[in-house]
Design a protein around this ligand. Sequence first.
Ligand SMILES: Cc1cc2nc3c(=O)[nH]c(=O)nc-3n(C[C@H](O)[C@H](O)[C@H](O)COP(=O)(O)O)c2cc1C
Length: 331
Amino acid sequence: MSDTILIGRVPVKRTAALAPMAGVADRAYRLMCKRFGAAYVVSEMVSAKGICYSDRKTAELCTVTDEERPMGVQLFGNEPEFMAKAVEIVKRYEPDIIDINMGCPVPKVVGTGAGSALMKDADLAAAVCEAAVKAAGDIPVTAKIRSGWSADTVNAVDMAKKLEAAGAAAIAVHGRTRDQFYSGAADLNVIRDVKQAVSVPVIGNGDVTDLPSYLNMYRQTGCDLVMIGRGSYGNPFIFREIAAYENGEEYVPPTVGEKMQTMLEHIRLMLSLSEKSEELAMHEARKHAAWYMNGCYGSAKFRGMCYQLSSYAEAVELAARFEELQLSRAQ
Ligand SMILES: Cc1cc2nc3c(=O)[nH]c(=O)nc-3n(C[C@H](O)[C@H](O)[C@H](O)COP(=O)(O)O)c2cc1C
């Protein structure tokens, strides 16, 4: 198995990528995952129409730092003209890849006809993709789809073929229908079917939470790249474990002390990248802090305390108390 794939002209290590996650995978999160070995990262979704009308948050959402590369900027929209204009704007930020969101299930996005609503109109999806491809020039355009809109209308294969014909350089498939939102299990067979139907790289996504599920995604689907979303919550270590496996190196899981140090590094990064006050930025950091405690003794109570944090100093203190609790239990 080759250790690198090409998305258009962009080489990406054939290990695991970080999935785009609005409200979660911001720059600090992407950098943490990158530092731990993520092969590829994608921005939070950005409204194509939104950036055509206002540039208020464009720079914050679309800026690509060198440490994040290779990185994709993800757009959502259902109007080819706006998609083309948005691509022109996004190009200024020199993303490695431009990705189009065709999987978002939330009513606010679907209600506008974008996100997974495009699964209901493969021809429109292809027209949006084609407009983006034309505007993007030599930047590869990819699409991220679901298995279908509903269990009765699973059409990922048809979508993928049309997107490939429209010039998509890779297709990411989340093996759930829109109706499932994030519940139930991802159907890996749909991802396999897409892989068999197109020649561009297929990115397999859904329910990869550890090394066995990562290996299974490659094995069961034959996909070209695995993409991990929620399995990376408070767990950038998943990328280190995968990288160690792929490099034939021994993997040493993090101690609680390392988890807490990594949590604090993540919070420091969030604070340093935020233009908000420490208190407001800490509000955004709370859920991340809580996630780093998942799966440890006493984490339910401590996670509750994470949601009270309003300064970095408090986070340091809480991390020390959490570590002490684990050590006292081990004695
Ligand atoms: C909080 C959250 C935000 C998400 N935001 C996006 C997004 O902006 N764009 C996108 O294509 N998918 C988004 N997704 C979907 C994920 O990229 C991914 O497809 C999904 O979570 C399934 O993968 P997983 O089982 O590894 O989490 C989001 C998912 C979550 C949980």
